[in-house]
Design a protein. Structure first.
Length: 71
């Protein structure tokens, strides 16, 4: 499997917005998950992305991360 270094082709924004209903909330959630991936030096299995943000977005799209927002 070829890993991408630039751009976001997967997961698509449509798939991501099915999981989190706002682009702004999605950015916030991906940032938090990416920080956890980096801080804990987690190995994300079967990730197509090289960056921690890309990995975080994949985890969100695959339903491996649950995010709860308090209004």
């Amino acid at each position: 499997m070829k890993k991408r270094k630039h751009g976001l082709n997967y997961p698509t924004i449509d798939v991501l917005l099915e999981k989190i209903d706002s682009k702004y909330k999605l950015v916030y959630a991906a940032s938090k998950v990416a920080h956890i991936i980096e801080r804990e030096n987690l190995d994300v299995k079967d990730s197509k992305s090289v960056t921690s943000v890309g990995k975080a977005l994949e985890e969100i799209a695959n339903g491996k991360v649950t995010v709860t927002f308090i209004d």
